[in-house]
Ligand binder design. Structure first.
Ligand code: NAD
Ligand code: GLY
Length: 373
C-alpha cells in the first residue's frame, strides 16, 4: 500500500494491481472525484464516454463531468436503466450506439460510474468496442469498491444464467471515492459487507477477527474503518488477480458462496435478491457443507452466521425456494468442469479451497439447514 497527497494535501491510499505492462492503480480516499489528479492518465484533449445510470448520475455525473472538463477532456455520457435486470445485451448495445453516434474511436476512454452492474456492463463494452478501448472504474457502491471494480471481470447476464457472456478486461485505473457511500441505501451497504466478510473467510482470519470487532462501525460508515476495510479488501484482491488473472487457479476462491448465491439470484429474478444477499446465504451453505465434510466446526458456522447477521444480511434461504431448486443453476456454474460440480469450501475460517468431493445429497443437506421450515 502507498500513501500519497492529493491536490488539497490530504493523505490518499493507493494499491497497485501488478500485471506487468497492464499494471494499474486503485486509489482510495474521501473527495477523489473532485480532484483532476485522480483521473490520470487522462489529459487535456482526451475523449471520454461516461457510462452511468439515472440514480448514480443524479448524485455524481455533474461532479465527474466538471472535473474532467477542468482537466481539458471532451466528455460525453450515456445512461442505461438502473438495476441487475438491465445487465443485458440490450444495455450493452445502448453504449455501443452512443459511442458510434458521438464518433468515439479507439483512442476514447470509457468511464464506468456506478455500482457493479455499471462496472460489469461498461467493462464489457470497453472490451469489445472496436476490439478494445481504455476504461476507468469509478465504483460508487461498497460492493463495487471492494470487489467488482478490481480485477477485470466484465459481463452481462443471460436469462439462463448470471454473467454468462463476458470477458476478462482490466481497467487502467480504479478511483474509489469513499464519500459516494453516503448516498447509498443501507441495504446496499450490507450487500457490500457480504463481499467484505467473504475476504476474511477465504484468506485472512486476522481480517475476519478485525471485522468481528468493527462490523458495527462499517454498517454506520465510519470513515477510518471504511478506509482500512476497502484498502485491505483491494489489497487481497489485487494480490490474487496478479497471480491468477483469468481464474485458472486460486482466483476461483473469490467465489465462496457464489454458486449457491447465483442460484438464489437467478431463481428469485435478477434484482429481487441483491448479489451480496445471495452471497451471504451462499457462504453459510458453503460453510455448512464444509462442516458436513468434516472441516469446519459448528462454532465456525455459528461465528460466520453471527457476523453476517450483524452486517444486516439475510442468513436464511428465500422462503419459496426448495433446496432441489438450486441444482439446475448450480450445474450451469462456470466452475463446473468435466461433469463435476466444483465448489469453494472452507478448510477453516480464513482458508478456502476448491472441492469436487461433495455429493449432491451433501449439497442438499447443507442448503436444507438454511431453509425456512
Ligand atoms: P448495483 O450496481 O445494482 O448498485 C446497487 C444500487 O445502488 C443501484 O440501484 C445503483 O443505481 C445504486 N447506487 C450505486 N451507487 C450509488 C450511490 N453512491 N448512491 C446511491 N445509489 C447508488 O449493485 P452492486 O451491488 O454494486 O453490484 C452488483 C453487481 O456486481 C452484480 O451484477 C454482480 O454480479 C457484480 N459483481 C461483479 C464482480 C466482478 O468481479 N466483476 C464481483 C462482484 C459482483
Ligand atoms: N468477484 C470474483 C472475482 O473477481 O474473481
Amino acid at each position: 500500500m502507498i500513501i500519497y497527497s492529493n491536490h488539497k494535501g490530504q493523505d490518499m491510499l493507493q494499491v497497485n494491481v501488478e500485471l506487468k505492462e497492464r499494471r494499474y492503480p486503485i486509489i482510495i480516499g474521501a473527495g477523489l472525484l473532485t480532484d483532476p489528479q485522480s483521473y490520470a492518465p487522462l489529459k487535456a484533449g482526451d475523449k471520454v464516454m461516461i457510462v452511468s445510470n439515472p440514480t448514480v448520475a443524479e448524485h455524481y455525473l455533474a461532479t465527474v463531468q466538471d472535473t474532467l472538463t477542468e482537466l481539458g477532456c471532451c466528455v460525453d455520457y450515456v445512461l442505461i436503466p438502473d438495476g441487475e435486470k438491465y445487465k443485458t445485451l440490450d444495455s450493452l448495445n445502448m453504449i455501443f450506439t452512443a459511442l458510434l453516434e458521438k464518433n468515439h474511436n479507439r483512442d476514447t476512454t470509457l468511464i464506468a460510474l456506478g455500482g457493479g452492474v455499471i462496472g460489469d456492463v461498461a467493462g464489457y463494452a470497453a472490451a469489445s468496442y472496436q476490439r478494445g478501448i481504455r476504461f476507468i472504474q469509478i465504483p460508487t457502491t461498497l460492493l463495487a469498491q471492494v470487489d467488482s471494480s478490481v480485477g477485470g471481470k466484465t459481463a452481462v447476464n443471460h436469462p439462463l444464467g448470471k454473467n454468462m457472456i463476458g470477458a476478462f478486461y482490466q481497467p487502467i485505473s480504479v478511483i474509489i471515492d469513499t464519500n459516494s457511500l453516503h448516498t447509498l441505501a443501507k441495504r446496499e451497504v450490507s450487500a457490500g459487507l457480504a463481499e467484505v466478510i467473504k475476504y476474511g473467510a477465504i484468506f485472512d482470519l486476522a481480517f475476519f477477527e478485525w471485522l468481528e470487532q468493527n462490523i458495527d462501525k462499517l454498517v454506520t460508515l465510519d470513515q477510518n474503518a471504511l478506509e482500512y476495510c476497502i484498502q485491505r479488501c483491494c489489497q487481497l484482491k489485487a494480490d490474487i488477480v496478479a497471480r491468477d488473472e483469468t481464474e485458472k487457479g486460486n482466483r476461483a476462491l473469490l467465489n465462496l458462496g457464489h454458486t449457491f448465491g447465483h442460484a438464489i439470484e437467478a431463481h428469485m429474478g435478477y434484482g429481487n435478491w441483491l448479489h451480496g444477499e445471495g452471497v451471504s446465504v451462499g457462504m453459510l451453505e458453503a460453510a455448512e457443507l464444509s462442516r458436513i465434510l468434516g472441516d469446519l466446526t459448528e462454532q465456525d458456522v455459528a461465528r460466520l452466521e453471527k457476523l453476517l447477521a450483524r452486517a444486516v444480511l439475510p442468513t436464511i434461504s428465500p422462503d419459496n425456494m426448495e433446496p432441489a431448486e438450486y441444482l439446475p443453476y448450480m450445474w450451469r456454474d462456470k466452475k463446473v468442469l468435466g461433469g463435476q460440480l466444483r465448489l469453494i469450501l472452507l478448510k477453516s475460517l480464513g482458508q478456502a479451497y476448491v472441492s469436487a468431493q461433495a455429493t449432491e445429497a451433501q449439497v442438499l443437506a447443507a442448503i436444507e439447514r438454511f431453509t425456512q421450515r
